[in-house]
Ligand binder design. Sequence first.
Ligand code: 3HC
Length: 283
Amino acid sequence: MEIKKVGVVGCGSMGGGIAQLCAQSGYQVVVSEINDEFLKKGMGAIDKTLARSVEKGKLSQADKDAIMGRLKGTTSTKDFADCDLVIEAAIENLELKKKIFAELDGICPPNAILATNTSCLSIIKMAVATKRPDKVVGLHFFNPAPVMKLLEIVKTIATSDEVLEASQKFGEVLGKTTVVAQDGPGFIVNRLWIPFLLHCIKLYEEGIASREDIDNAIQLGLNYPMGPLTLADMVGIDIVKFVADALYEQLKDPRYIVPTLVDKMVAAGWLGRKTGKGFYDYK
Ligand code: 3HC
């Protein structure tokens, strides 16, 4: 099961980051978006990130050109026809993901691995939309994908050992440390992180401390790279709500109930960095 060419469905912040990382690691990459406008935006963001690395002297212009040369943007799923691995990083909607998997199953070579970057949805439900459930696996990257050191590999009851092994090897080529989790609610990281994050938000909602003090307490007191509210703004408040709601739906554990403040922020469009306002202002 040799992986030479990788497809990525979706060129938003996660899909774009994954596509960039794969191209940086030497793979030929095809990345798709639903229209030209989104594709241009996603490819532009990758180009800008790499240009910043050139400016900082961390990447040569020739290497940047080579990485961009390995990346092909498309709006047609047919371009995945010769991919050995396709990673779906579309929005978190199970019905949409099932449709994407069924379509990829009809287009990709019979041996190709079909992966999802879902944060919290059931992977076996996507796998059964294909005729190759043994070749469906979760490859859960963390934001920003080119930088974060972890790749969570999620194995369903149908994933074959061969596909698991190929996924672990792929993770190594990307320079990641891999962990393996079963296809259960939130896998490892989100199952543990979400209750902690919601608790931090509750503290802020109850006025126990200011947003800055909560962030400083965790960042400096526990040596985290950034405070939890800053991180929530980076991930997106809508994503935090979606993941927490999905986990509550599956686990019925009150630790996954989002504070009212999160509902209000989503209703107001305060989704974090991407909308210019979340717990903090970014305008
Ligand atoms: N894309 C690509 N590269 C990025 C980037 C991005 N969006 N953001 C930062 N970087 C790179 C920078 O270019 C820089 O690279 P260099 O060292 O080669 O110059 C490096 O990351 C460090 O960036 P900065 O110097 O600008 O800033 P920091 O040192 O503060 O690091 C950070 C930024 C990597 C985001 C760090 O603060 C961090 O690790 N934060 C925590 C992130 C985290 O926890 N992510 C997980 C979120 S949960 C998730 O994704 C799961 C999902 O299911 C919800």
